[in-house]
Design a protein around this ligand. Structure first.
Ligand code: AMP
Ligand code: MG
Length: 420
């Protein structure tokens, strides 16, 4: 028996239960952008390694410069110049200063750096006209990172700043999770690949746009797409195609999972020894959705309609992929949005409406629907930059109300929470 007609949240929880993260490999740091860290990384060093100047100026003793002003400047003897990458050769004593550049180690005895702008130099004497920098402009040893502390946690998707931090602590080859290999199979007698576009021009076939959009979505989510092609609506041919998915970490099919006369995906999954553990979700678009296991890995059967396929991939396929890939926060973040128009639901299902996020005059984000919401209209998806999440109740949500939306570009760091 499979679970049927679950809510979106229940369906997501079911699919993500017991999904193990894939094994790890090491990669060159410069190739690690977007990869998911497999182990906590602790620093073998403190950063900064030494007390250093955070400004170009003069390293001094705070007690020497307190009280300095335009009317009563303080004069100190300049004993040396310390460039970044050099060390001081002597301490700064009372009445002394060292010219110092940003990042250079502070000489012993000094505890402040007076900015250049507050000084005048003649020969080897510096006149200080302001005491606002007394006790400041020094970056203390270890203030950024202390030896032994974890600087990036396992499960983090590496961004530019993480790569910078990892480089600064000497991590040349981080351990990351393997990228999930995701098999993508389209089903339907009516489908051709781009190479068959003559058939489209002749009015006999349609392009299997899901093959292309899902391949791109898998890649964008950090997976490695394995396109196993298009299967006709024929159980034997479908089974033969599905066998090509053996060895992948996740199997994504589209189409043939509803209640039509030629919807064979579910029976073929069973015939191949797979299982269907969930079918149909209380959502629109995307209700006829299947989930189970095949060849020992998760299988998700997306509906064929191009919008339904992408929306259900976003909500369920992408988090599955991200979880397999070790991401600690596999879901997209949501943001509050103010509706620009009334939304009327024709069924008590969670709706995911294609919308544009526009800036409101009051600083709020406003949601503007991208026209026709039919699940066959792929342009309503391509002209959207977010999915508006509309709960099943109430049936009418008035303009001006606040709902949440899932921005589709960039995951803002991701979230551990399912968005609906
Ligand atoms: P199905 O889920 O197989 O009943 O298909 C529902 C609708 O989606 C039908 O209009 C199909 O022609 C269309 N469709 C199914 N698969 C694809 C695909 N790979 N690319 C584009 N449209 C598709
Ligand atoms: Mg079909």
């Amino acid at each position: 028996m499979s679970l049927t007609r679950l809510s979106v949240g229940e369906a997501s929880a079911h699919m993500l239960a017991d999904v193990p993260a894939l094994g790890e490999e090491t990669v060159e740091l410069r190739d690690s952008l977007g990869r998911v860290l497999a182990r906590d990384v602790a620093s073998p060093v403190s950063l900064p390694l030494w007390d250093n100047a955070s400004m170009d100026g003069f390293a001094v003793r705070a007690t020497d410069v307190r009280g300095a002003s335009t009317d009563a400047p303080v004069s100190l003897r300049v004993v040396e110049t310390i460039a970044a990458g050099r060390r001081s050769t002597r301490a700064v004593g009372p009445g002394e200063a060292a010219r110092i550049m940003t990042g250079a180690p502070l000489p012993p005895g000094a505890d402040s750096v007076v900015r250049v702008e507050d000084t005048t130099v003649t020969e080897d004497v510096v006149r200080i006209r302001d005491d606002r920098d007394a006790g400041t402009n020094v970056r203390a040893v270890g203030e950024d990172v202390r030896t032994g502390t974890v600087v990036v946690r396992a499960g983090t998707t590496l961004r530019a700043a993480h790569i910078g931090v990892l480089s600064s602590i000497g991590c040349a080859r981080p351990a990351v999770h393997r990228r999930p290999r995701v098999a993508i199979l389209a089903t339907g007698d009516e489908l051709v690949p781009l190479e068959g576009f003559d058939e489209v021009l002749a009015g006999r076939r349609i392009v299997s746009s899901n093959s292309y959009s899902l391949e791109a979505a898998v890649r964008a989510a950090g997976g490695e797409p394995v396109v196993v092609g298009i299967a006709p609506d024929d159980p034997a041919a479908l089974a033969a195609r599905l066998r090509a998915a053996d060895g992948c970490d996740l199997i994504v099919t589209s189409g043939g999972v509803s209640v039509g006369d030629f919807d064979y995906t579910r029976t073929v999954i069973a015939a191949l020894g797979g299982s269907l553990s969930l079918w149909r979700v209380r959502m629109r678009p995307g209700a006829p959705l299947g989930f189970g296991r095949l060849f020992g890995v998760p299988w998700i059967g997306l509906p064929g309609n191009p919008v339904s396929a992408l929306v259900t991939f976003e909500l369920f396929g992408r988090p599955l992929l991200r979880t397999l890939g070790g991401a600690a926060q596999p879901h997209r973040r949501t943001v509050p949005v103010v509706l620009e128009e009334d939304v009327v639901l024709r069924a008590p299902l969670t709706h995911f409406l294609r919308c544009l996020l526009v800036d409101g005059d009051d600083g709020s984000l406003r949601a503007r629907l991208t026209g026709g919401q039919s699940s066959g209209m792929l342009t309503s998806m391509s002209s959207a930059d977010a999915l508006l999440v509309v709960p099943p109740e109430p049936a009418t949500v008035r303009a001006g109300s606040t709902l949440r939306a899932i921005p589709l570009d960039g995951d803002l760091g991701g979230s551990a929470l399912f968005p609906a």
